[in-house]
Structures are given as structure tokens and as C-alpha cells.
Write a protein that binds this ligand. Sequence first.
Ligand SMILES: [Zn+2]
Length: 79
Amino acid sequence: MQQKSTQEMELCLCASCAGIFYDMPEYRIVRKNPYQVEKEPCTYCSCRLGYDFIITRKSSMRNDENVRNRMMERRRQNG
Ligand SMILES: [Zn+2]
């Protein structure tokens, strides 16, 4: 059962940034349009191209700061 309190946002994410959301249990990520073929600049890193995703935050306990921190970590690891 889904609660009405879940927050939903639409982001364009490249494969790398989308992977970060997939890794986080508090977020649910789905392709907005699975048939989308035209890529757009990633909302997060703006250096790669990606697809539109709908991201739903299951819990409002955490804020976006967490996401940003994870991205920074990931980027540092990837070089
Ligand atoms: Zn990206």
C-alpha cells in the first residue's frame, strides 16, 4: 500500500546517476517513459545524457543532502 505522503519528483538521469537512486532503499525509481529514445542532459551531473525518471521518496526522514553526498562519494570512487 502506498501512502499519500510520498513525494514524487521527475528527473532526467544518466545511467550512472540513476544507479545511485537504485541503490538507495528509501527511493523508488522508474523510467517515466520506457520507450523514450531521445536522451537529455542529466539533471544531476549535467555532463552525461540520460532519460526521464520518476523518483518517489518513500520516507521524508532524509533530505536531498544525503543524495548529494552519495553522488560525491561515487564520483570520487570513479575518478
Ligand atoms: Zn548524471
